[in-house]
Ligand binder design. Sequence first.
Ligand code: SF4
Length: 358
Amino acid sequence: MISSAATLGATLTVPSTIWGAKQDVPAQFWESTGKQNRIRCLLCPRGCLLKPGMVGPCKTRKNKKGVMVTLGYSNPCALHVDPIEKKPLYHVTPGAKALSVAIAGCNLHCKNCQNYTISQASPLQTRNYSLSPNALVQKALENNCSTIAYTYSEPIAWYEYMYDAAKLAKKAGLKNLMITCGYINPEPLKKLCTYMDAANIDLKSFSDDIYKKLNAGTLDPVLKAIQIARDCGTWVEVTNLIVPKWTDNIGMIGEMCQWLCHNVGKDVPLHFSRFSPLYKLAHLYPTPTSILIKAKAVAKKAGLNHVYLGNVAKQDTNTYCPHCNKMVIERRGYLILSNHIKNEACGYCQKPIAGIWS
Ligand code: SF4
């Protein structure tokens, strides 16, 4: 049993916790093979073939007598009120409170995972709340959160809970935010984007080989997911965690930035994030600030308008108008000190600034 997963905001009152998951519900996106009750999962590019009784490597999807069920539905292991800036989403309603929720599980297995105690666990192992999608939405409203963030672990692994909650949240006038690895097939992603206002998608590197070795995934589906979400009208920001000796090649970072600029657009915010030694890469050192600064310079040179550094002290995290270069959002840590965006545009030159500002 894993007890460290549950996190509770100081102002948040939630039901008492229970060990393990009590509910499994029918899953979406799978097919029967027609042979010996074997089924294939169609949710993510891994396309797992599961015999009866088997659970996928995401630890959340199970073949129960020839039918796929999702484990942990309504049993989040983490619930917290965060500033939206912490996600990070810098171009979405600055200063908003996000009710942040996670169920254990992930369909990637990154050696550097910062949340491995819940992402690499099964919902059957964690200490969980009992919180239906409807109760989650009510919690957000009670706590004056204008957004719900599906985050911390990998929300694709608990797709059905996220989807059902997002649908109800939208009806209640809340915004939905997904913090994800983007390792999902096009059809479920398009369906989800109907209700998803914004996504921060991790682009872990720009190398298929590194994706295979570091993350147990592949690059192409993530690139496609970024484009599909953008095309569906979901606001997309991208995070690239720079891991020393793995993803710190400046040439590769430059190629990634050029791809983003040409295929997603120069207004997509890119967050370079500092790695902290953890999990299977605990022997490494934190990303040197000099590498993060170089990455930012390379991204700006490639033409990206909004490049931020995360998890690193004393760096400029303000937003500047790409037209007149005036500072339009001033931040200190996760705090918004001033906001000069008016009517979705720069308050100085009145030209539009990409994002969801109201
Ligand atoms: S979501 Fe889980 S079960 Fe489905 S294909 Fe991906 S890893 Fe396999």
